[in-house]
Design a protein. Structure first.
Ligand SMILES: CC(C)(COP(=O)(O)OP(=O)(O)OC[C@H]1O[C@@H](n2cnc3c(N)ncnc32)[C@H](O)[C@@H]1OP(=O)(O)O)[C@@H](O)C(=O)NCCC(=O)NCCS
Length: 187
């Protein structure tokens, strides 16, 4: 049992999406009109952060598999990885917090939940980094606070190596908690 005020779960039909409003029309419309369709078509898996007491959606994000063009990485990173046509990754396609939940650390909760989920996935399939496309300067600054780095050809496309995420999760959660997230996997 947990008494956490918010719960992250995969988007389902019973979630009340109609009144979600993050202030960015295209992100609101995506949740209301397209997210379920993308889920059905295996194009993206949307996750919602639900306020347990009210059932309101406080925020959401989507995950999809992705390939990074190695020429878009800074020289040192690309050299360390070696010659690959595409480098396997996971993209957080969209991430948004409802305006009613401003100033409550919901953006951080969403991002940390997404990164933890990406790390678990990366122990079951190859994925070198998590990628995000920031829609403006403010979004880019938000991601850079958490260590995301810029690609060299597109200032809005950022990446964070999964090894960095693993190191941070180890520090925050400890080895035992991490191991319980991926039973039977050595890391
Ligand atoms: C970006 C977004 C998710 C941040 O959500 P939030 O709930 O305000 O974020 P938090 O309250 O968890 O803030 C976490 C930290 O990031 C900082 N931060 C939040 N928004 C920021 C921004 N736009 N620029 C720089 N820093 C930001 C906060 O100050 C906080 O730092 P602190 O703990 O030192 O105070 C939210 O503003 C949003 O949904 N915006 C519209 C959609 C969007 O831009 N999505 C981004 C992907 S395109």
């Amino acid at each position: 049992m947990t008494d956490a005020p918010f719960r992250a779960e995969q988007l389902a039909k019973y979630h009340r999406r109609e009144d979600f409003s993050c202030g960015v029309e295209v992100l609101d419309r995506y949740l209301k009109q397209q997210a379920n369709q993308d889920l059905r078509r295996d194009l993206a898996v949307p996750y919602v952060l639900v306020e347990v007491a009210t059932g309101h959606i406080a925020g959401y994000y989507t995950l999809s598999s992705f390939g990074i063009d190695p020429t878009s990485l800074p020289e040192g990173e690309a050299r360390r990885i070696g010659r690959y046509a595409l480098i396997p990754a996971i993209i957080i396609g969209r991430l948004a917090r409802d305006l009613r939940y401003r100033g409550q650390g919901i953006g951080e909760l969403l991002l940390v939940d997404a990164l933890r989920r990406c790390w678990v996935l990366s122990k079951q399939m190859g994925a070198w980094a998590v990628v995000v496309d920031a829609k403006d300067d403010a979004a880019r600054q938000f991601y850079e606070r958490y260590g995301f780095l810029r690609t060299i050809d597109d200032a809005d496309r950022l990446f964070l190596p999964l090894k960095t995420i693993e190191r941070t999760l180890r520090q925050r959660l400890g080895d035992e908690v991490l191991a319980a997230l991926v039973p039977g996997v050595t890391f």
